[in-house]
Design a protein around this ligand. Structure first.
Ligand SMILES: *Cc1c(COP(=O)(O)O)cnc(C)c1O
Length: 422
């Protein structure tokens, strides 16, 4: 195939695109008011987004934490194009295809070695839904009643109902609280509270009512890139394991190199029973969700009793284009150059953190791998609705940087590219 034929001519945007957008489109996490204007883009390349008015915006957050190798990556684009001409999609019940099998094998190679099967879905929320349902039915299939899930305060696991139920009950979920199933939330284990959190978890775990413990390993993303130590996570996982509670690692954000390791779960000796992946899995090109699990979980479903089947699937389960994109992304992610880029970014983050840590406006600065977060001192408390958020967002955007603070927490989560603007 001819390389140049893949690259389309630059797009001239119609002048009325923004007004048409405001009439016809409803954007996520965006108030419906005239003051919220979306920025029309003509394209993106590498770390930059190209605007209709000729600006180049540096994407400092990997487009909502999904982008690993920069925008419009040619290796991924070619893989999608070639797969589209072979087989764009097929029902995944009763059929299979090479991109899905190869991706599953490759993921099992790099995931913690107790993971033994891959279940596909569409995005992070569905990967979590699948993980929760897998855990509930694991007990159900064995005739054991364990009605509850345990989670940490401040956690975020997605926007569908099961995922919302196990996430922090805050303003974003207020309209749905009465529809969410019961979850036991543990306080977030900061340095002062670790011992009491572990004691509470131990008491809860010994009740025998907990089917699973779901957690974002090492970094709670949406809570404001809140970080906790691997030793604390290990202690929580050991309590869960000792009390026959399934451990569900939601690595939707932390997966694929974000915390320095390929998966944050590598930081613990106790390995999860179930893992949820999405976001970076296709390098940010197409939606895809993955839930992996251990042989012990699978064993509860292996039966001649049809009622023990996992009755879950989505129309686009294991979409071949998304699997091809994920395989292409993995090709690059596992190269030494990409690992090196992550180390260099992490090193720069640490240097920068050391430089700003004593700044009077900085309350707290923390790093994990390619993630850097700085909490800004304001007059009000740290929260998503802190009004400093909007002024910071506008400030950075006016300087051609996409940085989307979580309240008064400014964070960087760049693609694993390390290059200078030419
Ligand atoms: C983003 C996110 C999700 C939800 O993923 P979507 O693809 O947005 O549905 C779930 N868990 C974590 C930890 C996330 O960061």
């Amino acid at each position: 195939m001819n390389n140049t034929s893949l690259i389309p001519a630059p797009l001239a945007l119609p002048a009325d695109l923004l007004s048409r957008d405001q009439r016809a489109v409803w954007h996520p996490f965006t108030p419906l008011s005239d003051s919220h204007k979306s920025v029309p883009l003509t394209g993106g390349k590498g770390c930059y987004l190209h605007t209709a008015d000729g600006r180049e915006i540096l994407d400092c957050i990997g487009s909502w934490w999904v982008n690993l190798h920069g925008h419009s990556n040619e290796h991924i684009a070619r893989a999608i194009y070639e797969q589209a001409l072979r087989l764009e999609h097929v029902i995944f019940a009763g059929f299979t295809h090479e991109p899905a099998v190869r991706l599953a094998e490759r993921l099992l190679e790099i995931l913690p070695d107790n993971q033994s099967k891959i279940f596909y879905s569409d995005n992070g929320s569905t990967a979590v839904e699948v993980g929760l349902k897998m855990a509930f039915q694991y007990w159900h299939n064995q005739g054991i009643s364990k009605p509850k899930i345990a989670a940490l305060d401040g956690s975020y696991h997605g926007d569908t109902f099961g995922a919302m139920a196990v996430g922090d009950r805050g303003p974003f979920t207020a309209a749905y609280h009465s529809y969410l199933f019961e979850v036991e939330f543990l306080p977030f284990p900061d340095s002062a509270s670790v011992e009491s959190v572990l004691q509470s978890f131990k008491r809860l775990a010994e009740s025998g009512e907990i089917a699973a413990f779901i957690y974002e390993p090492l970094v709670q993303g949406a809570a404001g890139m809140r970080m906790y130590a691997a030793e604390v996570l290990e202690a929580l996982l050991q309590i869960a394991r000792a009390n026959h509670i399934l451990c569900i690692a939601d690595e939707v954000m932390t997966g694929f190199g974000r915390t320095g390791m390929l998966f944050a779960s590598e930081s613990c000796a106790t390995k999860p029973d179930i893992m949820c992946l999405s976001k970076g899995i296709t390098g940010g090109a197409l939606p895809l969700g993955v839930t992996s699990c251990t042989e012990a979980v699978i064993a509860a479903y292996r039966s001649s009793d049809l009622m023990k089947t996992f009755f879950h699937g989505h129309s686009f389960t294991a979409n071949p284009l998304a699997c091809a994109a994920a395989n292409a992304s993995l090709d690059m992610l596992l190269r030494e150059a990409c690992t090196l880029n992550r180390y260099r970014i992490a090193e720069r983050h640490r240097e920068f953190a050391a430089r700003i840590e004593t700044h009077p406006a900085v309350l707290n600065v923390r790093c994990a791998g390619v993630i850097l977060a700085a909490e800004i001192r304001t007059n009000s408390t740290t929260s998503y609705f802190n009004e400093v958020r909007n002024s910071l967002y506008d400030y950075f955007l006016s300087r051609n940087m996409l940085i989307r603070p979580l309240g008064n927490v400014i964070y960087l989560l760049p693609p694993s590219l390390f290059h200078k603007k030419t």
